[in-house]
Design a protein around this ligand. Structure first.
Ligand code: GDP
Length: 385
């Protein structure tokens, strides 16, 4: 048959909708296509989304993959979807099936194995941690992994959190989203932005992230008066938007910090590196919420800062510490402890030479350990390419 393809990707997370998982999946596809010339080997089964026609055409033209949209808005492991996936696997002769997000889609793995697929693997993104913890969900998770040869994890935190609920037959392998190391590069502070935000001669702490409880911008603002005691010229630059914006703005106003804390809003992806580079320090003291069910899966943004050559102060939440070499590329702090956040921020700002060393070490670490190419090569091996 002329249209034989060895790999079937089953996923709900393919554009045009944009988000962390979609970026991860597209990044892996790009690596398989660019470095392993595997576009012609891949067929994708995904759900219907408005405006997907042009997206699919572009993706197929650019990469050579085939995209099949099921009529469902969300693919669930129902008997009907099981049959659709098994039929596509049979028609294209797929020997490997890759689930873009393990839960709940990997529940299909048993069915596909019985239908003759040899190699089944699934990617995890962080939310599987609560699947692996809650009763009933845990059973479904464990059962799903029985037919998988590999389950991927983001970092040490998610690996150890899920491990007890993963079947012995299934091997856990680290595959994280790569950092675009050629996009996030160290550079001088942009003169225009320094002028625009009145940062000349000031110590700048930058935070890039959605404005939500978990990311800890509120605790940074609470800590700021104390930071100002030792660094009167310190400015906190908050990049990002989110539901907590009004609360945070009120916090700043009531503390009289409007000159020392600046809200930048959402910044275009192309301009993001310039904003990281404005920082002498990147700080985002994330904290866990909902009894540990809401955590950072992996603090990608810390790695983006490191790749940009900026030292980081991260919060001890879930997998955030996996994105920092403590004492080398940055420091980790309890994100609920305002005193410690203030003390550590002040101390780090007092040691500019050490900050520069940490930034340089972060760049080396990002390039050596976290680039797309590294994860893409490892993933290609799992797929048997
Ligand atoms: P999550 O939001 O909890 O998934 O946090 P992550 O740290 O895993 O991912 C956040 C991603 O969103 C990172 O790649 C950030 O660079 C990106 N991000 C956050 N705020 C902004 C912004 O204002 N503009 C742009 N372009 N990206 C942002």
């Amino acid at each position: 048959m002329s249209h034989q393809r060895s790999i079937l990707l089953v996923t709900n997370d393919l554009g045009p909708r944009a988000g962390g998982i979609e970026t991860f999946i597209l990044g892996l596809i790009d690596q398989l296509v660019i470095a392993h010339r595997a576009g012609g080997q891949i067929v994708i089964l995904t759900s219907t989304q408005p405006g997907s026609e042009k997206f699919d055409q572009d993706l197929m033209a650019r990469t050579g993959v085939v995209v099949i949209r099921d009529r469902a808005k969300v693919l669930l492991p129902s008997p009907r979807v099981n049959r659709v996936a098994a039929r596509i696997a049979r028609e294209y002769g797929c020997t490997t099936v890759w689930f873009g997000a393990a839960m709940p889609l990997a529940w299909m793995a048993g069915h596909l194995k019985r239908a003759g697929v040899k190699n089944l693997l699934a990617i995890t993104h962080g939310h599987e941690v609560w699947w692996s913890k809650l009763p009933v969900f845990r059973q479904i998770f464990k059962q799903s992994t029985k037919s998988l040869s590999h389950l991927t994890y983001l970092g040490e935190f998610t690996r150890s959190a899920m491990q007890g609920a993963v079947s012995k037959n299934c091997t856990m392998v680290q595959i994280a989203p790569g950092i675009p190391i050629d996009h996030f590069v160290p550079s001088q502070k942009s003169k225009e932005l320094v002028a625009q935000y009145d940062l000349a001669g000031k110590k700048v702490v930058v935070c890039v992230g959605r404005l939500v409880h978990r990311k800890g911008q509120d605790k940074l603002i609470e800590a700021w008066p104390e930071v100002l005691e030792s660094h009167p010229d310190a400015v906190l630059l908050l990049v990002g938007i989110g539901p907590r914006e009004k609360f945070l703005r009120n916090q700043v106003a009531t503390r009289g910090l409007s000159r020392q804390v600046r809200f930048v809003g959402r910044v275009a992806y192309n301009e993001l590196p310039q904003y990281f580079s404005l920082g002498d320090l990147f700080a985002m003291p994330s904290r866990s919420r909902l009894a540990g069910l809401e955590v950072e899966g992996l603090g990608i943004v810390y790695l983006e800062a490191s790749s940009s050559g900026i030292p980081v102060l991260a919060g001890r939440s879930g997998g955030a510490p996996d994105a920092v070499l403590q004492g080398i590329t940055g420091e980790v702090v309890d994100g609920t402890d305002v005193k410690k956040i203030a003390a550590l921020t002040s101390r780090m700002l007092s040691e500019p030479e050490r900050l520069r060393e940490m930034g340089a070490a972060g760049r080396v670490w990002a390039v050596e350990k976290w680039s797309w190419q590294i994860w893409g090569d490892k993933f290609a091996q799992l797929l048997g390419l």
